[in-house]
Write a protein that binds this ligand. Structure first.
Ligand code: K7E
Ligand code: CUA
Length: 665
């Protein structure tokens, strides 16, 4: 959250003071930082598993990190929007195209919101979606492989922040523009903001792997659209987005976008939008965007360039959007498990405002509008407001639910989580966090049926919590028990990048569905090498393709000659192991690219442009066996125009190892 981050740095002293102030008023004793039985509550004995998978956004790392809860053990980093030399993601030829956009190859992005797919309003463990914030995109991660499979670029948008929140059936995930821009983007004066800048709300079809697309976009007034959540139960069919900067400032927003007492939640009736689109009321709007998909059979990513979207103007579709006045510069918008309450986090508000879906329906029927903006009726605050949580603390941002009638709101400025009761709006408990909490997460906590049990606080500042590591300290997550009346701190653990949102799901819903290896017989990578005999080297002009296998503990072939300066070499390496977790790696001396990590049964390709004459070793980078250090080979590079013959040999040693393996020695 860059703007708030900046604010933090500017007012660190105030923040700490506020945190202390609130801590003193807290009903939780702060002298004992953790619950007495905390150690046993988070202890996952060697050889046993965690109860939940937690998926944390990596913020400016661009990736997802997977932790076990309650232990806080890091299980994996899933590369998504940033290249990852650890695995070759975004470097190897098979995955590079996942990071292609209409702006070219984008090797980095900023991820904010991890969102599990849902069935009937409950996370189902099929996929994890996550947004790219800077160059707006949405990625789908397959949870049988923990791999990114698909990335869709969002056109006519800038800052894909309110994303990728899902409808209860994952028919759609959404993306909204945090930064309004000219739509279509054009060379105009920035001072013409009020005339020329627009927002868009995008609905992306999401329930078929490999087929994500922009179903339609809704053209909105030029505000900043910040976060969103779908309705559920009675409010199923609606989507809610917060907006700020309804002042439409284009400079010094910290002051100029903080003037209005209330900004808006946009309540979108997306079933109505579907109807209008079906009736031809949306315009075909020329828009270039890329859809990148990993082919499920060849496992090679491909780019498809799209050229148009359906753009719906609310003026042409009455009843599609209403504005709900909401104090003050709201950030999060969260819908409770019953689907009745819509909770906003007004960063600068002194209350937590809650809207009622029932009242919204009545206000629409009664036309209880105060005005209209660009065809969007603005509903009277009193007509839609269900209640306000009084004196919750300072800087409410995000709310999650435990499914037992309570809500938990993160308070950024006063650094705490506040627990309050839906319906009575009374604060019933509070617990300090260290420090400056952003998102918080309860397993299933934005769904129809939260699993409850824990709330995870994800904090921006960790001063005093961990061993110092130079000027920048780790960001921090804190696990808090919510099974009793009082919240209890159980555990601190550091995170990778900056966590914004996270989601968690019972391990039992994912762990037994894991792919253990890829079938070599079904590998349709065009450069697959299924056996030693299929390996070799081939020249086509200045392109040289090398096909080789990796198996414990050799490459074959492993000696190559006949490559010349001016050639581009592609190493196509197939790991022909057919067993779980038997990985190999591949790296070649002097390469300016990365290594390859090879899953069993997988083919990956590394591009190498040799620039100097000589003999270059390559080796396995993953310690795979007792003879891993023997898993090496050489490639000879001769001058341009050399007549050295193009050859690929399998070394004596490799042949011997193979013979030994075959005779079971
Ligand atoms: Cu509040 Cu990007 Cu969801 Cu960060 S955002 S905290
Ligand atoms: Cu293969 Cu080390």
């Amino acid at each position: 959250m860059p703007p708030l981050r900046r604010a933090v740095l500017a007012t660190a002293a105030t923040v700490v003071a506020a945190a202390l102030f609130y801590a003193c008023r807290s009903t939780t004793p702060t002298t004992s930082l953790a619950a007495g039985d905390a150690a046993s509550r988070v202890y996952v004995a060697p050889g046993t598993y965690d109860e939940y998978y937690a998926f944390l956004s990596g913020g400016f790392s661009g990736q997802v990190s997977v932790y076990g809860l309650p232990s806080g053990r890091l299980l994996k980093v899933i590369p998504v929007f940033s290249q990852n030399p650890e695995t070759g993601y975004g470097y190897n030829e098979e995955t590079k195209d996942l990071l292609t956009t209409t702006y070219g190859f984008v090797p980095w992005d900023d991820t904010h919101h991890a969102e599990l797919s849902q069935t009937d309003g409950v996370p189902d463990g099929r996929w994890l979606f996550i947004n790219g914030n800077n160059t707006p995109r949405i990625a789908r991660i397959d949870l049988t492989r923990f791999e990114t499979d698909e990335i869709l670029q969002i056109p006519n948008a800038a800052g894909g922040h309110a994303s990728p929140f899902t409808t209860p059936d994952s028919k759609y995930v959404v993306s909204a523009t945090r930064f309004s821009v000219p739509v279509p983007n054009a060379d105009v004066s920035i001072d013409s903001y009020k005339q020329n800048f627009k927002g868009t709300l995008s609905f992306i079809t999401a329930n078929q792997p490999g087929k994500m697309d922009v179903a339609f976009q809704i053209l909105m007034p030029g505000y900043d659209y910040d976060l969103g959540h779908a309705g559920k139960g009675p409010s199923d069919g609606w989507f809610f987005f917060t907006s700020y900067n309804t002042e439409q400032a284009n400079t010094k927003l910290e002051e100029n976008a903080s003037k209005n007492d209330k900004d808006f939640i946009a309540a979108v009736n997306y079933k109505q939008a579907e109807t209008c689109v079906a009736q031809g009321k949306a315009k075909d709007f020329p828009s270039e965007y890329d859809h990148n998909v990993v082919d499920s059979v060849s496992r090679v990513a491909k780019v498809e360039r799209k050229t148009s979207v359906k753009m719906l103007d609310p003026k042409d579709c009455p009843g599609v959007v209403y504005y709900l006045p909401t104090p003050k510069s709201p950030h999060g918008v969260d819908v409770d498990p019953t689907g009745e309450y819509i909770v906003a986090g007004g960063k600068l508000a002194t209350v937590i405002p809650v809207h009622s879906f029932t009242k919204l329906q009545k206000a629409i029927a009664d036309k209880a509008f105060e005005k209209e903006i660009d065809g969007i009726p603005v509903i009277k605050y009193e007509a839609v407001m269900a209640g306000e949580v009084q004196k919750p603390g300072l800087g409410p941002l995000h709310t999650e639910f435990d499914g037992k009638g309570y809500a938990y709101t993160s308070m950024f400025i006063s650094s705490e989580i506040v627990k309050w009761k839906l319906g009575t709006w009374e604060v019933v408990d509070r617990i300090p966090t260290y420090y400056s909490i952003g998102h918080l997460m309860i397993p299933g906590g934005d769904s129809r049926k939260p699993w409850g049990k824990y709330v995870l606080a994800m904090n921006k500042i960790t001063k005093d919590r961990y061993l110092p590591t130079g000027p920048e300290l780790s960001q921090s997550a804190q696990l808090i028990d919510i099974t009793g009346d009082k919240m209890k701190l159980l555990l601190d653990f550091p995170t990778i990048g900056e966590p914004h949102y996270a989601q968690a799901i019972p391990a039992s819903m994912i762990k037994d569905k894991q792919v253990k290896y890829f079938s070599l017989a079904q590998n349709t990578n065009p450069w697959v090498t299924r056996s030693e005999a299929e390996g070799g080297i081939k020249r086509s002009g200045k392109r040289v393709d090398i096909k080789m296998i990796a198996i414990r503990s050799h490459f074959a072939p492993d000696n190559f000659e006949g490559v010349r300066i001016g050639d581009t070499v592609y190493f196509h390496v197939t790991n022909i192991e057919q067993d779980w977790d038997i990985e190999h790696g591949f790296a070649v001396f002097g390469n300016t690219n990365a290594e390859l990590t090879l899953n069993p049964g997988d083919t990956r390709t590394l591009k190498w442009v040799p620039t100097r004459v000589g003999v270059y070793p390559f080796y396995c980078t993953d310690f795979c066996s007792a003879l891993h250090q023997e898993m090496q080979g050489y490639i000879r590079v001769s001058p341009a125009g050399s007549t050295v013959a193009l050859t690929a040999n399998t070394s004596e040693r490799a042949r011997r190892q193979l013979a030994d393996a075959q005779t079971g020695k």
